[in-house]
Each structure stands twice: as structure tokens, then as C-alpha cells.
Design a protein around this ligand. Structure first.
Ligand SMILES: Nc1ncnc2c1ncn2[C@@H]1O[C@H](COP(=O)(O)OP(=O)(O)OP(=O)(O)O)[C@@H](O)[C@H]1O
Ligand SMILES: O=C(O)C1=C[C@@H](O)[C@@H](O)[C@H](O)C1
Ligand SMILES: [Mg+2]
Length: 174
């Protein structure tokens, strides 16, 4: 049985981008908890947060984590999935967890180029570069605690995929 692989990390680290490429490399299914939530609620993250607050969104994303977890699946998680201890434990106990790690200035530059505002409402109300510094300062220890492996997310997506395959001793399907 192929364990699920969870990709964790801050906004813009490439969980969705790398997750899709990794699923093709391994012949695994691909799921993204943000996309799953958008599909089941027919609402964007911004709309969910406006109607239910961050607390409501966080409860929903914990449910979506369990709903999409299955063998042979790459799961791109929301950037805040690690905030709940139960989620960190669930991922570690049910699969392999990869932290895509990059410094705040790299993340901020990517997010400025591709804001996707509907899926990424502000977390702090601060400018994006400062927000990413704040977020990493608060969450880096949580990503580290949840992850089995930390991978350098500043490389090209294909190289990130290679590093993940090596860290998990997995071979490409084709
Ligand atoms: N390794 C990479 N090198 C360069 N650009 C990248 C890389 N990975 C992702 N990107 C770009 O960064 C942006 C954000 O990527 P992506 O949506 O995959 O991040 P994410 O971690 O899923 O973010 P979120 O937590 O908001 O869902 C996209 O424009 C994507 O093309
Ligand atoms: O970092 C975060 O807290 C978030 C990241 C996105 O993936 C979404 O899950 C949402 O915008 C919250
Ligand atoms: Mg994503």
C-alpha cells in the first residue's frame, strides 16, 4: 500500500504546483484541501472567512484533510493546516509529510506575481512581504514538527519533485 504524501508549507511555497507534478511522477492521485473545500462549499476561502471567520474555515479545513486522505494520493494542504495539533498528528500518523521550505522574500515575490486573492485573503492585514515574515516566524516550528522531511522549495518544481522522491526513496512510475 502506498502511503499518502502530505505537502505542507506557507502560501506560495508550491504545494499545489509541486503536488501536481509529483502525482504525475509517481502515478498517484492528487488532491488539494483548498480546492476540495472550494468544491464542496461552492465558496472561495475569502467568502468562507467572511461568513464564518477564520475559526470556521479552520474547522472546515481539518474536515477536508480527513476527507481527501487516501492511499496513493498526494495531498497539497492549506498553508495553515499545521496550526491544529490534531492535523499535525493526523498527517504524521497517516502518511509521509514533506515541508516545502523557502524564505519569506521568495514567497512574497511569488504571491505578488500570482495573488489569487479569492483563495488568499490577508492573514494579518500587513503588506505581503511583512505578512510572510510574520507567518514564518509563527509557523516554522510547526512545519518542522509536522514534517518527516524538509525540502528546498526554491528550486525549479521538477527539482523539488526529485528531492522529494529521493528523500522518500521512491522511484518514478514512468
Ligand atoms: N518551485 C517554484 N519555482 C518558481 N515558482 C514557483 C515554484 N512553485 C510554485 N511557484 C509559483 O508560485 C505561485 C504559488 O504556487 P502554489 O499555488 O503552488 O503555492 P501553494 O503552496 O499551493 O500556495 P497556497 O498555500 O496559497 O495554496 C504560483 O504562481 C506558482 O507558479
Ligand atoms: O496560510 C494560510 O493560513 C492559508 C493558506 C492557503 O492555502 C489557504 O488555506 C488559506 O488562504 C489560508
Ligand atoms: Mg495551494
Amino acid at each position: 500500500m502506498s502511503l499518502p504524501i502530505f505537502l505542507i508549507g506557507a502560501r506560495g511555497c508550491g504545494k499545489t504546483t509541486v503536488g501536481e507534478a509529483l502525482s504525475q511522477a509517481l502515478g498517484y492521485a492528487f488532491c488539494d484541501t483548498d480546492h476540495h473545500l472550494q468544491l464542496v462549499t461552492q465558496r472561495s476561502v475569502t467568502e468562507m472567512v467572511a461568513e464564518e471567520g477564520w475559526e470556521g474555515f479552520r474547522a472546515r479545513e481539518s474536515e477536508s484533510l480527513k476527507a481527501v486522505t487516501a492511499p496513493g494520493t498526494i495531498i497539497a494542504t492549506g498553508g495553515g493546516m499545521v496550526l491544529a495539533e490534531a492535523n499535525r498528528r493526523f498527517m504524521r500518523e497517516n502518511g509521509r509529510v514533506i515541508w516545502l521550505s523557502a524564505p519569506p522574500e521568495v514567497l512574497a515575490e511569488r504571491l505578488e506575481n500570482q495573488p489569487e486573492a479569492g483563495q488568499r485573503p490577508t492573514l494579518t492585514g500587513r503588506p505581503i512581504a511583512e505578512e510572510m515574515s510574520d507567518v514564518l516566524r509563527e509557523r516554522a516550528h510547526l512545519y518542522r514538527a509536522a514534517a518527516h522531511h524538509e525540502v528546498n522549495a526554491m528550486q525549479l518544481p521538477e527539482s523539488v519533485v526529485e528531492e522529494i522522491l529521493q528523500s522518500l526513496s521512491l522511484a518514478r512510475a514512468s
